[in-house]
Design a protein around this ligand. Structure first.
Ligand code: FVH
Length: 292
């Protein structure tokens, strides 16, 4: 990909920060790098990056990319250079939280900097490949002006000027991933108790999950339509997972993962919605206190 060369600074050269900086360098950007422990800058220095002696020495750039451990470390690094950030463009790719991102956007506005928040949906090895996507929110001008740079890291997508939205999507997607992994671990423990290796189960689980993943768009349509009684859906009564809970217990494993799902289903059945579709479970999640 050809890009218009810019000077881009990278604060934080952990696994992810280094991958982002490497991609920028490979595309021909003049790259300034800084990391708290100096050793992590060495490989990039050998590849041609200028190593800044301090964050203050790194702010003179068209874009400042921040990729640190967490929200607190972003403040630890940026607060001391606050008086040098007026007119600068900050792209924060540190995982924080929706409110953490909004707080950083407000802080940046207070020091006169433009702020774009990003949620990276990739591992460092995926950066720059078609498997990587990065969710952004915050300053649209910054997003538009630096689009070429952002495209180097993965498919960029913009979620509006509320700086917390990228983080919200990021964490919502990760919640889907973790719960799916927990489901896989549960299934692997079930068959594992009968001597089946997790590796063998994984092949079938991956196949099965791919078969059923298409159903989420059908559920989404029902949820957005607001009518859980639409005919043709699998009902909540039919979705009772007592067999799974009982079989898990019989295998001598924990039922914690499946108990949660069973509770969410039964909250709706107990409230008289047993003939409605499974998608109604979202009401148990949306209204934790209410019965339905
Ligand atoms: N790695 C991944 O797969 C995920 C994918 C999704 C997005 N995350 C987030 O990206 C942020 C950085 O992750 P990382 O993989 O680069 O993390 P580390 O390799 O552990 O590097 C952490 C860097 O942060 C520096 N650091 C930590 N605390 C401070 C501080 N108080 N002051 C200054 N720098 C700090 C650390 O420096 P050092 O320990 O080398 O001196 C590293 O450069 C993260 O938000 C992920 O959630 C990655």
């Amino acid at each position: 990909m050809t890009t218009t060369p810019q000077t881009v600074s990278f604060l934080g050269l952990g696994e992810m920060g280094s991958a982002l900086a490497r991609a920028a360098m490979q595309a021909g950007h003049s790259t300034i790098v800084w990391n708290r422990s100096a050793g992590k800058a060495q490989a990039l220095a050998e590849a041609g990056a200028r190593v800044a002696a301090s964050p203050a020495d790194a702010v003179d750039a068209e874009a400042i990319v921040v990729c640190l451990l967490d929200h607190a470390s972003v403040h630890e690094v940026l607060d001391p250079v606050a008086d040098r950030l007026a007119g600068r463009r900050l792209i924060n790719l540190t995982t924080t939280s929706p409110d953490g991102s909004r707080e950083l956007a407000d802080w940046a506005a207070g020091v006169g900097a433009d702020y774009l928040d990003g949620g990276i949906m990739a591992t460092p090895e995926m950066i720059g490949t078609s498997q990587s996507s990065v969710l952004y929110s915050g300053s649209q001008p910054l997003y538009d002006e630096h689009r070429e740079l952002l495209e180097l890291w993965g498919r960029p997508e913009y979620f509006g000027d509320d700086a917390g939205m990228a983080s919200l999507y990021d964490l919502a997607l990760l919640s889907g991933m973790y719960v799916m992994f927990a489901g896989f671990f549960h299934g692997a423990a079930m068959v594992g108790a009968s001597g089946v290796p997790a590796k063998e189960f994984a092949v079938r689980a991956a196949d099965w999950l791919q078969t059923v993943v298409g159903l989420i768009s059908e559920y989404a349509e029902v949820i957005d339509g607001g009518d859980y009684s639409v005919p043709g859906q699998q009902s909540l009564v039919f979705s009772d997972i007592s067999d799974i809970v009982n079989a898990s217990r019989a295998q001598g494993i924990s039922t914690e993962v499946v108990d949660v799902v069973q509770r969410l289903i039964h909250r709706q059945i107990d409230a008289g919605h047993g003939s409605d579709g499974l998608a109604r479970v979202i009401e148990s999640i949306k209204n934790p206190e209410a019965a339905a």
